[in-house]
Each structure stands twice: as C-alpha cells, then as structure tokens.
Design a protein around this ligand. Sequence first.
Ligand code: NIG
Ligand code: FE
Length: 412
Amino acid sequence: MLTLIINIRELLQIRDAKVLKVSGAEMAQLPSIKNAYLLIENDLIKDFGLMENCPKHDTAKVIDARGKTVLPAWCDSHTHIVYAGNRSQEFVDRINGLTYEQIAERGGGILNSAAKLQQTSEDELFMESKARLEEVMRLGTGAVEIKSGYGLTPANEIKMLRVIKRLKDNYPIAIKATFLGAHAYPTEFKNNHQGYIDQIINEMIPRIAQENLAQYIDAFCESGYFSTEETEQILQAGQKHGLIPKIHVNQFNVIGGVALGVQYNALSVDHLELVSDNDIEALKNSNTMPVALPSCSYFLSIPYTPARKMLQAGLPLALATDFNPGSTPSGNMNFVVATACIKMKMTPEEAINAATLNGAYAMGISKTHGSITVGKKANLIITQPIPSFYQLPYAFGSNLIDQIILNGKVFA
Ligand code: NIG
Ligand code: FE
C-alpha cells in the first residue's frame, strides 16, 4: 500500500541512515526540506524530496499537507505507564507542604502504587494502561519504553511485564520493556536489603529473561533507595542474562550512578536533575545517552537538567516524559519539548532532536525510528497549518497535531 503526503510546508529531521544520535553543537541543526513530499510504502518511508520532483503514483492514497509541518513521531524513552490507580492525594499533600521524600518515608510514594497494583488483576491493569497508551499516541508518540517497578514481588513484576507485552502485541507503536524490580524496597525488606536484592537476582531476573519479557534493566540509584553498590549487583546480574542497563540517577542526590552506568555500558542514564563535573567527564566519549525528564522537574518543583552545560561539553541529550503516578502524571511529549525550551534553554531544534532521534537511541531503536530516513518506520506527526516549527514549543498549551501516522497508517 502506498501513501503520498504532498505539499508539506516543511519536512523536519532528515537524516542519513548512519546518524544514530546527535551530540553537542550538532544538536542545533535540524535538517529539513521546505515544500516537500513523502512517500510511504506499507509501514516504511519509501522516498521523500522536493515537491517539484514528486513522482506520480496513481494508486497511492494522497494526504495534502499544505501549510503543515511533518516530523518523526516522538520517541519517549522513559515511562512507567503501566500502573494502577493514581496518587492525586499525595499531590495535594505536597501542595500542603510535604515533600516527595517525606511522603515516601511514611509509606506513600512507590510503595503506595505497589500496594494498589498488587490488588489489581492483569486484565484491569491492561485496561488502565491501554487508555494511557492511546492518549500518548494521540499526542504524537510513536515509540515508547515502559518500565515495571510497581510490582515489587516476582508475581507482580511479571504481571506488569506481561501487560507491557500485551500492549506491544496490540498497538502499532514500538514498545521496549524495562525491568525495574529495584525501584524501592518493599516494607518487609526495609531492614534486609540483601534479601530483596537476592530475590531480584535469583528469582526475578532469570524468569524475566527466560520468558523474554524485558530488554533493559533499571534501578533507582538514589539515597534512600538503591546505593551504587546495590545497583551494581543488579546491573551485573542483568548483564549475565543479556539485559542492558538504563538507570535512574541523580534525581535528588549525586551518588555516583552516572559513572556506574557508563562503566556498565548503560544505554541511558536518566533524570539528571543534578549533574556534576565528574558526571560530565564520565559521559564524554561513552555510548551512554543522558536523558532529561523536564515534566518531572516541573511537577515536583526540583531543578531542571543543566542542558546547556551538557551540550557545551559536547554531550548528546534525549528528552522523555517519565509518565508515572507519583512524579510525572503526564505523558505529553509536546509539553516536554516546550518545557525543555522554556526552562532548560534548549532551542526548538535541540529539543526536537532530543525528543526524536536521541530518544530513539535511548531506547535502542534509532536504526529504525526517530528520523525521516528512507527505510525507517513511517511514524509521523502531521501538524496543523503553522507558520514554522517554532510554533510547537512557543504555543506550549495548544495541541497543534492534526494527524498521527503509525506504521504507515493514520492513527485515529
Ligand atoms: O522516575 N524516581 C523514581 N521513579 C519514578 C517515580 C516513582 C513514583 O513516584 O511512583 C520517577 O520519577
Ligand atoms: Fe522514572
């Protein structure tokens, strides 16, 4: 099946197949063609170019994109969208003066979500999660990583990962699964950390790897959660079973998680609300993608990732939502891109690079997603008529998406 998009005002993020991520000063460039066409065959980008060279295809379905911008769908490399219920009471508690850490210390936070999830059946969890997935797809997300981590027992972690697999089997969107058993210590292991780590290593990881339920392994490397030594044990065990690290680091404290991630060849290190000079040195010349989550900074009123300092040092940067019930109850990548521009002083070009190609890299799919490249998946955003792509972050509260194309088909 052929689909031909014609009269595209501007076709953004055109890349050679060899470019799998962009770093430092390169991120300021967002290659584009003005007055363009794009041809889709089945689920792939077949061809694109200047409108004046547009081939004739009598059988193609034609989409007229006059005045509109076309860009790759967002690649959201960090989410926790499989969860049960909500934590709106904790949101109000924070408004009234408690901190995120204080709420966690009194048994709220991740343990609150775990208690809810443990009481929710796999079918109910699937129904709740699919509504969130459909919402983010309508907001322009064409690839998403989803973590476990609200189960915290072997059966419940596996239940979460099975729901992720079911989403993957039922929706036209790339989904990668990450095992995050090391998200928090269950109450019964509060004073027996090694007991829970042993359960992760001896019971959870082997089963998950055997059933091929996750590609990546994560840990919340943070004071009061998993120390660098504890995280290292988890990464080593994951490595033995082929699970590649993607870890939570530097959200509230700098404890050495970045260097540890680089040492274990992590695909990404995520959060980075705080970044030290040592962290920057560790990331230089590594294959690890730093990932910023500005909606989390916004919602918790914590610092934003120092993007300028990192790009200045020549590092790449990706942007993701962190969609979860506690620190970021939003999966809107348009808001993430706008917030990165407004609060992190990234230019629109840099933010779009970070939310497409670098996001794809941070979830291990930049060979097939994240740019307008012949042979990549036809996962596209067609905007409403806009004067330039600057409108996307500038009009930060508007939904400027007209159509979403996923696997070559219009997603309704
Ligand atoms: O990425 N920081 C750790 N995990 C999640 C939030 C977990 C929660 O509060 O439910 C995050 O922000
Ligand atoms: Fe997270």
